[in-house]
Each structure stands twice: as structure tokens, then as C-alpha cells.
Design a protein around this ligand. Structure first.
Ligand SMILES: C[S@@+](CC[C@H](N)C(=O)[O-])C[C@H]1O[C@@H](n2cnc3c(N)ncnc32)[C@H](O)[C@@H]1O
Length: 302
């Protein structure tokens, strides 16, 4: 049986060779295996598209080294301005000898897993889930706004009236909006949809409520929710670290399709994001309900 190989994330095409049959272990790809669950010391090769956050990246690199057998190959790469320049030193800190190349704005580091790497457990522990009293919630380094309440989320939490019936929270993150929604006894059911497995795992801990269902899914591809009374969302406008306005527009279209006629969407967005035309095209009515600190809250009726 050939030794397993793994891929974490989506490296830019043609920069690195991904072993044939490598299995995906990114938390951002619904259905993928979990890097932290791989049995230590078995993998022959791991390719890592290194994430931008320092704590998260060191943890991912350490988990990749832990998964590898001694002598297995690790290739880790990242955009120069998004932590890529730090990968080499981080790997050296784990006892690796690193060969570094620079291509297409990426730093590409190649190394062989040492017999006795150092500091892996410390980096893995630093990147693990924890409860933060400042959020009164469970959180995980690397997920959206993991160590502070996002200003947009805060504004929507303030503006949101008690809701009723069946609804969804699209891109639920740690579940802070969902927790608020479920404070209303008139809410019968809430579907939480999130692409980041880690965030969804934390939402499960933060929202312990029999009315809640959790979906590890890309909002653009399902789940097939329909006939809802309400949708709440703080839609993403970044994908893989790059601004992507189309993502928010797609969330708006998906929300409209999920709602029953007359159902309401409550959303928050960065003020400068031009969502109004899409809201006017998709919804019967839309109105701004709050505007503060660079964010706007919009209520739209399907
Ligand atoms: C701006 S954050 C909001 C998180 C949370 N609702 C809050 O207000 O704190 C957007 C969330 O959408 C998730 N996300 C991004 N793209 C997604 C997609 N295509 N499908 C589902 N969730 C997605 C992100 O992982 C992130 O947790």
C-alpha cells in the first residue's frame, strides 16, 4: 500500500507538484479530512498552502510535520505579503533544514521531516480551540475574527429585532448571531451554514439549542433551504485572503431563494460595498436600519 500524501488548501497552479492521489485536509473544503486527526508519522508527503495568521500557520506547519514519517517531504508556500516570508524561519524553528525559492510572489519552502522535530506540541497547542471570556464563546485561531468581536457583527447584534419562525444564518462563523437569534422563543428552527469546519465546530459548542442544525457547506452550493421566514448574515467579502465582492452578491441571491415571499433578510456589510443594486433587484423592499463605524445594517423583504 502506498503511503498517504496530503494537500492543505489550494496552492496556485503550476508552482508546486502535488503528489497524485493527495487527499485534501483544509478546513475550508467541506468534506475534507482534518489535518489534526491524521495519525502521526505515516504520511510520505504534505503540501501546504500556508494560511496568513501566524498562530494558525505555525500550528498547520507543526501538524503537517507531525503527520509526516521521518524523511517524508513537506512543501509549504505562501504569498510574500501574507506570511510567506516567515515560513522558512518557522520551519527552521521546528528543526527543519529548508530550501527556499521565490516565484510568482510566493515563497516556496521545501524540507524533509526531521527524525526529531522540536516544538511541535507547543505550536499545536497554541493553535487549538479555546474559550475566550471576552467573546463569552469558544473560538479557534484562524477562523473569522477569532479573538475579538467583529464591528459588523456587533452592529447587527444591536440592530436585530426578535425574529420568529424558521430561519438560517449564512456564514455563521462562531455562531454569535445565531446565539442571539435563538434568544427569541418565537424562533422555531435555525440552520447554521458555514464553510470553515473549525468555525462550525465552535458554533456547535456556542449554540447548544435543539432548534439549531449545523451544515458544513458552501452557501453557493447548498444546502437546499427554502420557505424560510428569515435569514441573518454578515457575508464574507474575502476569499483566500483576497477581496471578492461577488461572494457577498451570491450570498444575497442565495438568501432570496431561501426565503418565502414576505420573508426577511437581515444583513450587515462594510459601508463601501455596493450591495444595494443587487438587493433592489432581488428583493421587494430593502432599507438601511443602522449605519455606524463603517458598517451598515440592511433589512430586506422578499
Ligand atoms: C464576515 S464572517 C461572519 C461570521 C459570523 N456570522 C459573524 O457575524 O461573526 C463570514 C463567514 O462566512 C464564512 N464563509 C465564507 N465563504 C463562505 C461560503 N462560500 N459558504 C459558507 N460560509 C462561508 C466564513 O468562514 C466566515 O465565517
Amino acid at each position: 500500500l502506498s503511503e498517504p500524501a496530503y494537500l492543505y488548501g489550494d496552492p496556485p497552479p503550476r508552482l508546486v507538484e502535488v503528489p497524485a492521489g493527495a487527499r485534501q485536509v483544509s478546513p475550508l473544503q467541506p468534506g475534507a479530512l482534518a489535518l489534526e486527526d491524521l495519525e502521526p508519522g505515516l504520511a510520505s508527503a504534505v503540501v501546504v498552502a500556508a494560511p496568513p495568521g501566524t498562530i494558525e500557520r505555525r500550528c498547520v506547519l507543526a501538524l503537517a510535520l507531525r503527520a509526516l514519517r521521518p524523511g517524508g517531504s513537506l512543501v509549504a508556500l505562501g504569498p510574500k505579503e501574507k506570511g510567506g516570508t516567515r515560513v522558512r524561519r518557522e520551519l527552521e524553528g521546528f528543526g527543519c533544514t529548508v530550501e527556499e525559492a521565490s516565484r510568482a510572489h510566493q515563497r516556496i519552502c521545501r524540507t524533509i521531516a526531521p527524525d526529531a522535530p522540536v516544538g511541535l506540541e507547543e505550536a499545536i497547542a497554541a493553535g487549538a480551540p479555546r474559550r475566550l471570556e471576552s467573546l463569552a464563546a469558544w473560538t479557534w485561531p484562524g477562523v473569522f475574527s477569532w479573538d475579538r468581536l467583529d464591528a459588523g457583527t456587533a452592529l447587527l447584534l444591536e440592530a436585530l429585532p426578535p425574529l420568529a419562525g424558521r430561519g438560517a444564518d449564512l456564514g455563521c462563523g462562531l455562531g454569535l448571531l445565531a446565539r442571539r437569534v435563538l434568544e427569541s422563543p418565537a424562533v422555531e428552527h435555525l440552520d447554521l451554514v458555514e464553510i470553515d469546519r473549525r468555525a462550525l465546530a465552535m458554533a456547535r459548542r456556542n449554540v447548544e439549542d435543539r432548534r439549531a442544525d449545523f451544515h458544513w457547506a458552501d452557501v453557493r452550493q447548498g444546502p437546499p433551504l427554502t420557505g424560510l421566514d428569515f435569514v441573518v448574515m454578515n457575508p464574507p467579502f474575502h476569499e483566500l485572503g483576497l477581496e471578492h465582492k461577488g461572494l457577498g452578491l451570491e450570498f444575497i441571491r442565495r438568501a432570496e431563494r431561501m426565503l418565502r415571499p414576505g420573508g426577511t433578510l437581515w444583513m450587515v456589510a462594510n459601508r463601501r460595498l455596493p450591495y444595494e443594486a443587487e438587493l433592489a433587484a432581488q428583493f421587494a423592499q430593502a432599507a438601511q436600519r443602522a449605519d455606524r463605524g463603517g458598517y451598515k445594517v440592511i433589512e430586506a423583504r422578499a
